[in-house]
Design a protein around this ligand. Structure first.
Ligand SMILES: [Zn+2]
Length: 334
């Protein structure tokens, strides 16, 4: 029986098992990369790969964010399988951002491995929840892997965001929700639209990523700050979704006449959409996260029921400790 070896490279991993070598969210010259999604910390070195496997939506999200795809790219949609000598690779929905995947690997010698990338175990306005799949080895993210990170129910967070939006607009102010341009910005836009609010996107990148979501089943209609429609909406009452408060302020100055710009800038109210706002009184916002919280990570690991768990990111060591207490053989990958 071969031994599974995992080595960290950039923010990803190189997996060796028998004669199979795979790069997970990183790149190795001459080898295959399994790319989980298009966030920047998962892309380092992929230009070195012989081929990159990901979903079509991930490919489009990369292009929307200005990446030049110089590597051979092969699409593998969720629940599809592909293979190379010695291993069968299945892509599974990760529920994190558009097209995000987990990878389930079945080696010829019988070993199975589940690599999560970033994942979320609850449904959102724009993503379905990630579902666990049994494996001998689980390689899991642990961003929120300590018990202090337990998020309220998503419906509750949604309700709070919509109530705040209504109150802010009624007070003559403009709520600006700051969220990553890929994933959470689109979730916020979908929610605010559903709540009946007009939405203006504060950054060009958000619009570009919205187009990818719309090609893959969403119906996001945020107005660009450059449009006449946005000008009318900003005067009449609307919400703004922005990946950078600073850039949005700059864009308002650049695209609106000076009188409208100074009126709009004086009415902005800044809210952050991030899991990290939980318990952080210095940041006004809501704990809307694209990641699983502590209980989500733990329940997911239990359902995968692996013999060995490798944890990565933020709280890897702490989460490994919790898993060990639950009887798992768990180690941080650092
Ligand atoms: Zn991510």
């Amino acid at each position: 029986m071969s031994t599974l070896k995992l080595r960290k490279q950039s923010d990803g991993f190189i997996l060796d098992y028998g004669h199979v070598r795979l790069a997970l969210d990183t790149g190795v010259r001459g080898e295959t990369t399994l790319l989980t999604h298009a966030h920047a910390d998962h892309l380092k070195g992929i230009e070195n790969a012989h081929r990159v496997i990901a979903t079509q939506a991930t490919r489009e999200a990369l292009l929307a964010r200005g990446h030049k795809l110089r590597t051979r790219f092969e699409t593998l949609e969720h629940n599809e399988r592909t293979g190379q000598l010695g291993v069968v690779i299945t892509s599974l929905n990760a529920g994190h951002v558009v097209g995000s995947s987990m990878y389930h690997l079945e080696f010829d010698e019988g070993l199975s491995v589940l690599y999560t990338g970033d994942f979320n175990v609850v449904d959102s306005m724009v993503h379905f929840a990630a579902e666990p799949k049994a494996a001998d080895v689980l390689i899991t993210e642990a961003t929120y892997g300590t018990p202090q990170w337990v998020f309220p129910k998503r419906q509750e967070i949604y309700h709070q965001i919509l109530t705040t939006t209504e109150e802010t607009i009624e007070a003559g102010r403009i709520p600006v929700f700051q969220a990553y341009s890929l994933g959470k910005a689109q979730e916020a836009i979908a929610l605010l639209q559903w709540g009946g609010f007009n939405v203006v996107s504060g950054n060009h990148m958000i619009n570009e990523v919205c187009k990818v979501y719309n090609r893959h089943g969403s119906d996001l209609r945020a107005s660009s700050l450059r449009s006449e429609k946005a000008r009318t909406q900003l005067k009449a009452g609307c919400a703004v979704v922005s990946s950078s408060f600073h850039h949005t302020r700059k864009n308002i100055r650049a695209h609106l006449d000076s009188r409208t710009a100074s009126d709009v800038l004086g009415r902005l109210e800044h809210f952050v959409l991030s899991g990290w706002t939980l318990g952080d009184s210095s940041r006004t916002g809501f704990p809307l996260s694209a990641h699983s919280d502590f209980w989500g990570l733990l329940k997911f690991a239990k359902k995968v029921s692996p013999r060995v768990i490798y944890c990565f990111t933020g709280n890897a060591a702490e989460f490994s400790g919790h898993l060990s207490k639950e009887g798992f053989s768990a180690v941080p990958l650092e």
